[in-house]
Write a protein that binds this ligand. Structure first.
Ligand SMILES: [Fe+2]
Length: 300
C-alpha cells in the first residue's frame, strides 16, 4: 500500500511567466514512451507480478522502492506543467472580442488544452494518451532489469532533449533534478544486473555520454550528493536494497541508502485560470454557495 505526503520531492520554483511551449515539451516526460508514467507503471506491474519475492528479495525491494520514487516524479512533472501554465490566458476580455487564450496555439498541444483546460494530463507532447503497452514485464528477472536499464537511459535521453528545447529556468531546475535521479536508477539497475550476471553494466554509463555535472542545474544536486543516494520510501520495508546499492559511485564516493524520503519542498498552489474555467467559480463563490445550500438544508 502507499502512504502519501503532501510535499514535492524537491523544491520546485514557481515559473515567473507563463510558458505554454515549455509545458507542452515537458508533457513528453509525463506520458511519452520514456516519461514518468512509464517508469512508474513498469515498476508498479513488475513489483506486483513479482514471484519468489523471498528468494529474490533485494531485486523485488529495488523495483518496488524505485516505483514509489517514480510516483513523486509524476507529481513533479505535473507541478512543472501547471507552473508553466500558471497565468496563461489572463490577457484581454472576451466580451470585447479578445482571444485571451490565443498564445496557447503556439504550444502545439491544442486538443489537450481545449478539452482539459491548461493543466497536466497523462499524455505526451502531442496530447496523445499514455499507453499501457509501454509496460514491459516478461517475468524473466534479467530481461526485466535489462528493460529497466534501457528505460532509465531512454528517459535520461528524453530529459536531455527537453532541456535542449526549453530554457525556462523552473522547468530546467526540475529537469536537472530528474536527470540526476534517473542516473541513480540506471546505476541501480546496472548494479542489479551485475550481481545477477557478472556483466559490468556500469561501464556503459552514462548514456547518453553526458555527465550530470555538465548540466548547471544538476551540478547543485550532485554537490549535495543526490547522485549517490537511494532513498528508502517505506517506514520499515525494502531494507534489502542496501544489498544492491552498495560500494562506490563512479566518482569514487560511497553509495548511500537513506532511510525515508527526502525532505522535499512545499506543494505549489497556483491561481485558477478563468479562460480555462478552472475552477469555473472563484473559491469564495463556491464557499458562499455551499453555505446557502447548507442553510436551505436546515443547517445553522
Ligand atoms: Fe523518474
Amino acid at each position: 500500500m502507499f502512504m502519501r505526503i503532501d510535499r514535492l520531492q524537491v523544491e520546485m520554483p514557481v515559473p515567473k511567466d507563463p510558458d505554454p511551449t515549455a509545458a507542452a515539451a515537458v508533457q513528453e516526460l509525463m506520458g511519452g514512451r520514456f516519461g514518468e508514467m512509464s517508469t512508474l507503471m513498469n515498476y508498479m506491474f513488475q513489483s506486483m507480478n513479482f514471484r519468489n519475492k523471498e528468494k529474490l528479495k533485494p531485486y523485488y525491494a529495488l523495483i518496488s522502492n524505485i516505483c514509489t520514487e517514480e510516483l513523486g516524479h509524476v507529481e513533479l512533472i505535473a507541478a512543472t506543467v501547471n507552473g508553466c501554465l500558471s497565468g496563461v490566458g489572463s490577457t484581454g476580455d472576451i466580451t470585447q472580442g479578445d482571444a485571451g487564450f490565443a498564445h496557447m496555439k503556439e504550444a502545439g498541444l491544442l486538443g489537450q488544452f481545449i478539452n482539459f483546460g491548461a493543466q497536466a494530463m497523462p499524455t505526451d507532447s502531442r496530447g496523445e494518451g499514455w499507453h499501457g503497452s509501454y509496460v514491459f514485464n516478461s517475468g524473466n528477472l534479467i530481461l526485466d532489469l535489462l528493460h529497466n536499464f534501457f528505460l532509465e537511459n531512454g528517459a535520461r535521453t528524453a530529459k536531455l532533449r527537453v532541456y535542449q528545447m526549453t530554457d525556462n529556468p523552473a522547468a530546467r531546475q526540475m529537469l536537472g533534478y530528474l536527470f540526476t535521479r534517473g542516473g541513480v536508477h540506471a546505476h541501480a539497475y546496472a548494479l542489479a544486473l551485475e550481481k545477477l550476471t557478472g556483466v559490468e553494466m556500469r561501464k556503459m554509463l552514462p548514456i547518453p555520454a553526458v555527465e550530470d555535472i555538465q548540466l548547471p542545474e544538476s551540478r547543485k544536486f550532485m554537490e549535495e550528493g543526490w547522485h549517490r543516494r537511494l532513498y528508502r520510501f517505506s517506514p520499515g520495508d525494502y531494507k534489502d536494497i542496501a544489498e544492491i546499492w552498495t560500494g562506490n559511485h563512479m566518482d569514487g564516493q560511497p553509495l548511500e541508502v537513506v532511510d525515508g524520503p527526502p525532505q522535499g519542498g512545499d506543494m505549489n498552489d497556483y491561481e485558477g485560470i478563468s479562460e480555462a474555467f478552472t475552477p469555473e467559480y472563484h473559491p469564495e463563490e463556491i464557499f458562499e454557495m455551499a453555505q446557502k445550500l447548507y442553510k436551505q438544508a436546515g443547517g445553522v
